[in-house]
Design a protein around this ligand. Structure first.
Ligand code: NAP
Length: 256
């Protein structure tokens, strides 16, 4: 028999996109579970405020400035996180942006911004973290934060949906190659969770209509993702790799 309480004491976790929304929440959850955390994003003041919050609660946290679209910035930040925490055991690959408009109005710059952040950026961070995990020799867990629109399409978010579909497949490709190093790679696909990214949309009539199409008839809350996140990044999920876990109130199985 093994215990079922998830304890990340002694583990070091890097969370990207931790300056707001889900990433900030994920960093707090991992710290509460006992992990030391490195929090990364471009808005350093928000990261420092988060580190203060974690340390006031008795945790350990460091802020690492990172622009995921810039390979040099990613390398430097992952190195800083690894030195600051004494290695990296867990990566929450969460930084992401969206762009809401018809595919007919989607210009090249918008396409590039979404792809460079959500897909290329996620690849750069995962590659650097996996390299640090391999060098550490202890294996590790990578959780890519994708989306249900990486599994089914929705209107007005074509670049975003394609980037997340790419991230789901990158998850599988990395899982295949990194298992030999003891590194697990899984994707968490949230449904619609209210954050800064989408708050304005859910205030509209179209947003309210969308909520009515979710079988559970409500938006997700950040806390709905806590159990699935902890499963994927702890030994509770030791035999899971290449998995794609949707947490969406049943949205993917909504009636056609
Ligand atoms: N909210 C939802 O309903 C939902 C559903 C499914 C999936 N997701 C995914 O969950 C993740 C977090 O989304 P959220 O809702 O929490 O949005 P959010 O509040 O806008 O947070 C996005 C985070 O990504 C960071 N980021 C953006 N561009 C970056 C860059 N170039 N380099 C480094 N960091 C960057 C931002 O930090 P800085 O601006 O400080 O750099 C911010 O911390 C995203 O990947 C999103 O696609 C969200």
């Amino acid at each position: 028999m093994t215990g079922y309480l998830i304890d990340l004491t002694g583990k070091a976790a890097l969370v990207t996109g931790a300056s707001s929304g889900l990433g900030r929440h994920f960093a707090l959850v991992l710290a509460l579970a006992g992990a030391k955390v490195a929090v990364a994003a471009r808005r350093v003041d928000a990261l420092e405020e988060l580190c203060d919050t974690i340390m006031e609660a008795g945790g350990e946290a460091v802020a690492v400035p990172m622009d995921v679209t810039d390979a040099a910035s990613v390398s430097a930040a992952v190195e800083d996180a690894s030195v600051g925490l004494g290695g990296i055991d867990i990566l929450i690959n969460n930084a992401g942006v969206t762009d809401t408009r018809s595919v007919l109005d989607l210009d090249e710059a918008a396409w590039d911004r979404v792809m460079d952040t959500n897909l290329k950026g996620a690849f750069l961070v995962a590659r650097a973290a996996a390299d640090a995990m391999r060098e550490g020799g202890q294996g590790g867990a990578i959780v890519n934060i994708a989306s249900i629109v990486g599994l089914r399409v929705a209107g007005q978010v074509s670049a975003y949906a394609v980037s997340k579909a790419g991230l789901v497949h990158l998850t599988r490709a990395m899982a295949l190659e990194l298992a030999r190093h003891g590194i697990r790679v899984n994707a968490l696909c949230p449904g619609y969770v209210e954050t800064d990214l989408n708050r304005d949309f859910f205030a509209t009539d179209a947003g309210q209509a969308l909520v009515r199409r979710i079988p559970q008839r409500r938006l997700g809350r950040p806390q709905d993702l806590e159990g699935p996140l902890l499963l994927l990044c702890s030994d509770a999920g030791a035999y899971m790799t290449g998995a794609v876990l949707a947490v969406d109130g049943g949205h993917l199985v909504s009636s056609l």
